[in-house]
Design a protein around this ligand. Structure first.
Ligand SMILES: [Zn+2]
Length: 317
């Protein structure tokens, strides 16, 4: 249904119309990581195949939309001098595949990007527990209801015991450790984070432990910033853009971000951003395996906002 609407919209000139109407709105793309383990893949929006990411970046480049760095785009949006139809590329979490596969693809396309890095897992030879447990259950065909309690049990162990527990779980489900050896659910190492910066990728804040509950955010930002500064050699004040972990926004976060001189914060809510947008509530487009080229093009043109608004009006009737 959505594909049909988008195809009609593209052919009828709606995309061109939307492009003009939304020219001054900032588009922000959101990615996570890539499927670098051969074989089994699942899910829609967390990981996509490397070839799909490469094709997307080449498509973005060919589109002719200006792709800006996050800092320049946020400043230009607020100042009202954003180039027409400007786009920013953001990547969440700091998965190992960001360094091994996404960075080379972005370099090949000549595109700037920002990666929001959660620091706790960086430098630990430990996959992100909840994502690894979810994957193992999906790959083994086990019921999804087993995932949360199993992940909670492993996360309750001392950090030094979690790796062995995950390996044991993989073996008990009959799954070889190819996913571990390929670092499918590992974060980047400190050296890889530093190399991202060295090669021109912007590294920014995503909390230390991927949590930002009210009352925790200030300390989480301090710890995250201290790690990033240590690994990259950049001054702590360089890290002044933030992405809410899991997109969880609380109004209480805004004064904490302001007190820490953070200049922008991104959500996973879909949309483009008007010149008067609240810089602590920037909307993005969560790209993923199931997203078609037509839908991707529709977001970049601004038409997806129009189609979504029309669909919401229809639902309310
Ligand atoms: Zn995240």
């Amino acid at each position: 249904m959505k594909q049909a609407v988008l195809s009609v919209a593209a052919k009828s000139g709606l995309f061109a119309l939307a492009r003009r109407a939304s020219a001054k709105r900032l588009r922000i793309l959101c990615y996570h990581g890539l499927w670098t383990t051969p074989g089994f893949q699942y899910g829609d929006r967390l990981f996509m195949p490397p070839a799909q990411f490469e094709a997307r970046m080449a498509r973005l480049k060919r589109s002719g939309y200006p792709v800006l760095g996050l800092d320049a785009a946020v400043a230009a949006l607020a100042a009202g001098d954003l180039p027409d139809n400007a786009v920013v590329v953001t990547i969440d979490d700091g998965w190992a595949s960001t360094h091994t596969h996404m960075l080379p693809a972005l370099e090949a396309a000549g595109l700037p990007s920002t990666v929001y890095v959660t620091s706790w897992y960086v430098g630990r030879d430990l996959p992100v527990v909840n994502k690894a447990v979810d994957y193992l259950h999906a790959r083994a065909g086990r019921p999804a209801v087993e995932v949360a309690p199993r992940a909670a049990l492993i996360e309750a162990l001392p950090p030094g015991d979690r790796a062995a527990a995950l390996r044991d779980l993989s073996m008990s489900l009959g799954i070889p450790l190819d996913w571990w050896e390929g670092r499918q659910f590992h974060s980047m190492t400190p050296a890889e984070v530093a190399d991202c910066v060295h090669r021109g990728m912007d590294v920014q804040l995503h909390t230390h432990r991927h949590r930002a509950a009210p009352g925790q955010l200030g300390a989480e930002l301090d710890a995250n910033r201290a790690c990033l500064a240590d690994w990259t050699g950049l001054p702590p004040a360089h890290f002044n853009h933030f992405c809410y972990p899991s997109g969880e926004y609380e109004p209480e976060a805004e004064p904490v971000l302001a007190a820490q001189a953070v200049r922008s914060a991104t959500l996973v809510d879909q949309g483009t951003n008007a010149p008067d947008a609240n810089p602590y509530r920037l909307r993005r487009f969560l790209d993923g395996r199931s997203v078609s080229d037509a839908e991707f093009d529709a977001y970049l043109s601004g038409a997806l906002d129009v189609v979504d608004a029309a669909a919401a009006r229809l639902r309310r009737r």
